[in-house]
Write a new protein. Structure first.
Length: 613
């Protein structure tokens, strides 16, 4: 007898969404209280920064649990194996889910070992709360993730219950029973590749790889949980969900429409003006929303009709919106920009300033080298449309209507550079500003919509943080194994000078961007490549900008090019259609990346000026 489509816990209150959203709301409120109390009482919330960081751990874990329930955990777009009938595809899915359930059980065991050690230390977080109480969310959530994955392993109700309980338990027992047994690597690597192709979430594949490496070398598996914990409570990481929340609030309200009207009024309504407006708007919007996919969904339905009405070919319009949405990675306060600053250990303000000129270079390359500024030939028997001049009066009116959105970057960056707020407090101010302006000034943000934004943000960040934690564990293993030092020796022996190294770096990063999800690429590759870049005299800030510029290309290249899939769904086009539409943009972004690599002043001039002031 077949069971219901959804597990029985779907009928229960969505406690994971509630806990994730509550943790995020507290991450906004506590820094605001801290800012207000410091000048009045000389002190604010007890141990506020560390408290906010550990709220980030709760947000990440319960957000990941909610993301799994909604099917939002990051994958490479589902199963990559497309041959065979429906039963074969179903069997592949069951194989992937069963494997992930085992891995989650092992991660739960490793996390519990880590928490057990912390219980002995008895560290206090704030107001008498023990640190291990918050850390206990890790084994709990990994176990629940394993149960949920196990539930998906069959269509029969009794088999679902068995798999939901037995598979995570088996994963829990494996490391305990065979702790002193050496694990052969090659069979495990083949298995992990198979489940990746079958559609397993990326975090599970990275986590399984890290488990295999640590187990093979006899290292404590609790180190993997330590890596996940350490990056989740990194002092700069709370800025990620807070800026993402601000972007989601703008994306869910009328901010996109107001900004679109302003950009179109500034650049005119004919083809070239609309193209420039679309490119700049998509880039700026992606910087705040934290994801180019969100920009495609928020602006695509608005911009593509405007482009086609102005006489622009539809396929080129699809390519423009899809590719321009990838360019906001270099603009503050984008999530990848902050993450690179954290991993490379450079000041966040330096990365914010370093990305400005390269972002303009990338937009220019997209429009000029990509050919999107080229005036389309008019249809036979029709005259070429005359350019519509920019309307200053209309632009001023649109700017006034969008004044609150235009001030948001000043709130984000101004509070940081002025010294008024730390990066976390600046992000909290920006999130609160977005909520206040959209709720009070525009009356477009209801309590229900705010709750949805909090829950969606928790799901996005939860999926990202699972990837980051597992990727960091893998990176730590590679660093301890001396891989960066070996890579430096090999590079200096094979690559004669800095110029050739920069070209090789651009090619390698563009290929890696097409194969790896951007957050996993940042955590895994930046610590490995940065020492090599430094050996050639490359500034860490310059390296970070080169890295992100190359990652922009990854958004447009299957299999990891998520913009392709978002655009195909948004515009109701096939994946090959969208892929062809972005080919000119992919070439333009590669050329822009090389230009940024060969002209370091583009990335270093503004941070150097800021340091001298």
């Amino acid at each position: 007898m077949n069971g219901p489509t959804h597990p029985p816990w779907r009928r229960l209150p969505r406690i994971d969404d509630t806990l994730g959203a509550l943790a995020l709301a507290l991450m906004v409120v506590i820094p605001l209280i801290e800012i207000g109390l410091r000048p009045l009482a000389g002190r604010g919330v007890e141990n506020a920064p560390v408290l906010v960081q550990h709220l980030g751990l709760l947000l990440a874990m319960f957000g990941a649990l909610a993301a799994e329930r909604q099917g939002h955990l990051t994958t490479l777009g589902g199963s990559l194996v497309r041959f065979g009938d429906g039963r074969f595809q179903t069997a592949l899915g069951h194989f992937a889910h069963a494997s992930v359930a085992l891995i989650c059980g092992m991660l739960a065991w490793a996390s519990w070992r880590f928490v057990a050690e912390e219980m002995k230390a008895a560290h206090t977080l704030s107001y008498g709360i023990a640190v291990w109480v918050v850390q206990a969310a890790m084994p709990l959530v990994f176990a629940l993730l394993g149960a949920r994955m196990g539930w998906r392993c069959s269509t029969a109700r009794w088999a679902r219950w068995v798999c939901a309980m037995a598979l995570p338990w088996a994963g829990w027992m494996l490391p305990a029973a065979f702790e002193n047994v050496t694990v052969p690597l090659w069979p495990v690597l083949i298995w992990l590749l198979a489940i990746l192709l079958a559609g397993a979430p990326i975090f599970a594949v990275l986590g399984g790889f890290a488990l295999a490496l640590f187990w093979h070398d006899g290292l404590p598996l609790a180190s993997i949980a330590l890596s996940h914990y350490s990056i989740t409570v990194n002092p700069s990481l709370p800025a990620l969900p807070l800026f993402t929340l601000a972007g989601l609030i703008f994306a869910r309200t009328g901010a996109a429409l107001r900004l679109s009207r302003l950009f179109l009024a500034l650049f005119g309504g004919a083809v070239r003006g609309t193209v420039v407006a679309a490119a700049l708007l998509c880039s700026a919007f992606t910087a705040f929303t934290g994801g180019s996919g969100v920009t495609i969904l928020a602006l695509g339905g608005l911009l593509l009709p405007l482009l086609t009405q102005a006489g622009y070919p539809e396929q080129r319009g699809v390519g423009l919106v899809t590719s321009a949405s990838a360019l906001g990675v270099l603009l503050a306060p984008s999530v990848p920009l902050i993450l690179v600053a954290v991993i490379a250990r450079v000041p966040i303000i330096d990365m914010f300033l370093a990305g400005l000129l390269p972002a303009l270079v990338m937009v220019g390359c997209l429009l000029v080298v990509g050919g999107y500024l080229k005036q389309p030939a008019p249809a036979q028997g029709t005259a070429r449309a005359e350019p519509a001049p920019a309307d200053l009066g209309s632009a001023l009116a649109c700017a006034w209507a969008a004044k609150w959105e235009l001030l948001a970057p000043l709130v984000a960056i101004g509070s940081l550079v002025s010294g008024l707020a730390t990066p976390t407090e600046s992000a909290a101010l920006t999130a609160a500003y977005a909520a206040a302006t959209q709720a009070i000034a525009h009356r477009e943000l209801s309590a229900r919509l705010l709750g949805q934004c909090l829950a969606h943000c928790a799901q996005i960040i939860g999926g990202i943080m699972l990837i980051l934690g597992m990727a960091l564990a893998l990176t730590n293993y590679l660093i301890d194994a001396g891989v960066p030092d070996a890579a430096i020796d090999w590079a200096q022996a094979m690559i004669p000078n800095r110029f050739v190294f920069l070209l090789a770096l651009c090619v390698f990063l563009c290929v890696a961007a097409a194969m790896m999800e951007i957050f996993a690429a940042i955590v895994v590759l930046v610590p490995l490549l940065l020492p090599m870049a430094r050996s050639y005299g490359i500034d860490p800030v310059h390296f970070g900008i080169i890295f992100l510029a190359a990652m922009e290309l990854g958004f447009l290249c299957p299999p990891a090019g998520m913009n392709i899939y978002f655009a195909a769904a948004m515009f109701d086009k096939s994946v090959p259609y969208v892929t062809v539409s972005v080919l000119p943009a992919a070439l333009a972004i590669f050329i822009g990346t090389v230009a940024i690599a060969l002209l370091p002043e583009l990335a270093t001039a503004l941070p150097a000026w800021w340091a001298r002031r």
